[in-house]
Structures are given as C-alpha cells and as structure tokens.
Ligand binder design. Structure first.
Ligand code: NAP
Length: 368
C-alpha cells in the first residue's frame, strides 16, 4: 500500500489573494499547521502587511513567509512569482497551491456583460488557476506529493448573485479540477475545490447589510447567517490533510443549493410571461404571488450598480431606464423588462408603461 502522508508541517503553501478574507483565513490556518507561506496580493498591500505582522508574532522557527505582488490576470506576473518562490524558498514551486484570488462584478444578465468583462473574469478566475497549476505540477510530481485547491463558488452550479461570466469562470475551475485529479492521483497529488456561497467579512461580501434583499439575504439562509472565511479555511485545511480526498467540489453553502434546485414552475411561468409585458402588468402579476414566492428584487439603473430591496410596495424607485430582476423563490428572473423614469415600481402602480422587451434567458432544464 502507498504510504499515507498527510503532513502539512514543513510544506510550502502558495496562497493567492491572501490580502482578502478567505485567503487570509487560509494563511492563518496553514501557518498554524506549521507550513511556510508564499502569499500574494494585488492592490491591497495594507491588508497583507497586517496579516504578515500578525503571523510572524507567533513561532516561526524553521519556516518563512514571503509576500508577492501579483496580478493573476497576467501570465508574466505569475511566471515571475515562481521565480521569486525559487529564489526565496529554494524550491521550484509550492507543495500546496491554494488558488483563491478572484474577481466578480455583478451584472443583471448576459446582455450587460461585455466581451472584455467576460475575458477579464475568465483570465483572473480560471486561466490564472491553469497557469498556477501548470507551474506547480513539476515540483509536486518530482516529490510525489501535492495539494491543489481552487476556490470556486456556488455560481459554478448555477447559484449565487453574479452573472454568467462569473459562473462560467467558476464552473471551469470545477471541470479542470476533476480532470487534473484523475490525471495526477497516482503521483500523490490531490486536486479539489471549495465552492462557497455568501461568505461575510470579505471584500466580496463585507457584511449582512450588503446582501439585504438578494437571495443571499440572511433571512433566506436557513442557518440565519453568512458563512465565515474561517469556515472556508477549515475545508481547505481538511483537504490538505486528507490525501484520500481528490476530485471533489465541496459546496460550502448551508442548504442554499437545495433551495435553488427546488422545482418551482410558478417562478418560471412568471418569468416567461413577464418578459413581454408592461411594467404595471409585471407589478400586477407580482401582486398575485405570495411573499413566500417573491424573495427579493433588484433594479439595475443607468449606472448598472444594483439597488436591492424586498418591499415591492415601496414607491421610492424612479429611474430613466432600468432592468428589473426579481428573485422568485430562489430563482432570479433575468431582465424582466425596462421601465421609464418617473414611474414608481409599486404593486399599486396603475399607469400602463410600455416596456422595451428584452431577451428572457430560460433557466437550465435541470433547475426547472
Ligand atoms: N465571499 C464570498 O461569498 C465568495 C463566494 C464564493 C466564492 N468566493 C471566492 O473566494 C475567493 C476569495 O474571495 P473573498 O471572498 O475572500 O473576497 P476578497 O476579500 O475580495 O478577496 C479577493 C482577493 O482576490 C485578489 N484579487 C482580485 N483580483 C486580483 C487580480 N487581478 N490579481 C491578483 N489578485 C486579485 C484580491 O487582492 P487585492 O485585494 O490585494 O487586490 C483579494 O486578495 C474568490 O475567488 C471568490 O470568487 C467568495
């Protein structure tokens, strides 16, 4: 039988995006396990300095932390990172790779996502993991031991609050992970991903208020709170310490996933009808749905920054052109329609308003 070796102590862990919430938590955990660290940041030098100071206060006997400024969207910058690792840690690559740095901008739907935005997101979230892994594998193969962990997202399986470019980048990670896990299992290298949803204390979701009125609203989360970066780190560390686990995507999401997969024909019917209707018909139709069905709404106004809420009877919203997105029992109806400035979005609105109908994207069949 092959030797069981789950020792993290004495290994070198490369963690990208350690200046962010989840990356920093992983750094703390693996440092606590006795690993040396190569940590990257991109724009937030201050956070990484604070983390460095915190970690180096504890016992650092025989190990090292190095910090690297890397734009993971740049292949050259990643190549330089590996040169720095070789120079500063004396090995060609890390023993543990946590590809965590990520980017996600919210848009109402595919029509709002430019080609540039799509490419940018894919490069940072997916291509970077490909390059990091490609540069890490030779050292791991040579020593017959390695751990590769991607930080994916619930978006990879169609959930979450971001648009398709983000979902594609994260689903790509899961596919790549499964392929790599098969190919490198015999070399003692495990490849897994953690797919979180709604993790607070991060740049992406600073606090509960930030997600009020979205499906991630803590009111919609059965355990009644956001997840924590430490809980992500718990799973990452478990993956590092469990060599029998490979090719797995761990969904760290309360039971949000189950809720999103719940069959809900009412939501779909309304989505299809509403795409062609006027604003007051939308509102009328919404009035027929129970509060249980409408979990929240979002309005993407001219500047494309979403405003969110729950109370559709509020008359406070007026705008020139906006895309209205409704979350109906966990499903988001993409681009329900556009309305005109001065028209309140309210259940009681009576004046007919012509909508510019926009493409309605159907839910994947396995969500219906
Ligand atoms: N928070 C959630 O609910 C959630 C849910 C699902 C998945 N995730 C994933 O978790 C990972 C960590 O995010 P987080 O939640 O901890 O958010 P965060 O606090 O905003 O951290 C994001 C990290 O990514 C780095 N980064 C962003 N763009 C980069 C670039 N071009 N090059 C290099 N680094 C870059 C940031 O570096 P600087 O700050 O130094 O620029 C930061 O360290 C991401 O992959 C994200 O997609 C988060």
């Amino acid at each position: 039988m092959a030797k069981v070796d789950n020792e993290v102590k004495g290994r070198l862990a490369l963690i990208t995006g350690a200046s962010g919430g989840i990356g920093a938590a992983c750094a703390r955990d693996l440092w606590g396990e006795g690993a040396s660290l190569a940590l990257t940041y991109f724009q937030n030098r201050q956070s990484i300095d604070v983390l460095l100071e915190e970690l180096t206060k504890s016992d650092a006997t025989g190990r090292k932390i190095t910090v690297h400024c890397v734009d993971t969207g740049s292949p050259d910058a990643i190549a330089q990172l590996f040169d720095e690792i070789k120079a500063q840690h004396g090995q060609a690559g890390p023993d543990i790779l946590i590809s965590n740095a990520g980017y996600g901008k919210r848009f109402p739907g595919i029509l709002d996502v430019s080609l540039e935005e799509f490419d940018y997101t894919i490069n940072i979230n997916l291509r970077a993991s490909f390059i990091l892994t490609k540069l890490s594998i030779p050292h791991m193969e040579a020593q017959g031991w390695g751990r590769i962990i991607f930080i994916s997202s619930i978006a990879a399986i169609g959930g979450g609050i971001n648009a398709c470019q983000y979902a594609a980048s994260k689903a790509g990670l899961s596919g790549m992970m499964k392929n790599l896990a098969m190919k490198h299992a015999r070399s003692g290298i495990t490849v897994n991903d953690v797919a979180p949803a709604m993790i607070g204390d991060t740049g992406m979701i600073p606090d509960e208020k930030f997600v009020e009125g979205t499906p991630g609203d803590v009111k919609n989360i059965p355990v009644g709170r956001l997840g924590t970066p430490q809980e992500c780190a718990n799973v990452v560390t478990m993956m590092c310490r469990t060599g029998y686990l490979t090719g797995q995507s761990i969904l760290l999401s309360d039971i949000l996933h189950a809720r999103e997969q719940r069959p809900n024909s009412a939501g779909i019917v309304h989505e299809l009808k509403l795409a062609e209707q006027t604003a007051n018909l939308i509102i009328e139709a919404l009035g027929k749905l129970s509060d249980e069905h409408i979990t929240s709404w979002e309005i993407f106004a001219e500047n494309k920054e979403p405003s969110m809420g729950e109370d559709l009877s509020s008359e406070s919203q007026s705008f020139k052109e906006a895309t209205i997105c409704l979350w109906i029992a966990g499903f988001r109806t993409p681009q329900v329609g556009s309305a005109t400035r001065g028209v309140p979005v309210a259940k009681e609105a009576s004046r007919p308003v012509q909508l510019r109908s926009r493409t309605c994207i159907s839910m994947p069949s396995d969500h219906i």
